[in-house]
Design a protein around this ligand. Structure first.
Ligand code: FES
Length: 56
């Protein structure tokens, strides 16, 4: 599922970034560029990041 249409980022990419070493939503944002344009995806992206971090 696409989370960020501006940058074409999927939920899977967010999860992979966290598994690959990102420890916060901020890290994911820097690594993928998610939420850096219109910002509409920030809430959902943050939620996915939080869920994924909580699962680990
Ligand atoms: Fe992610 Fe616009 S949809 S910045």
């Amino acid at each position: 599922m696409y989370v960020c249409l501006c940058q074409g980022i999927t939920d899977g990419q967010i999860r992979s970034a966290i598994q690959g070493g990102c420890c916060t939503y901020r890290d994911v944002r820097i690594a993928l560029g998610v939420g850096t344009q219109c910002g509409k995806c920030a809430c959902v992206a943050k939620q996915i990041a939080r869920e994924t971090l909580g699962e680990e």
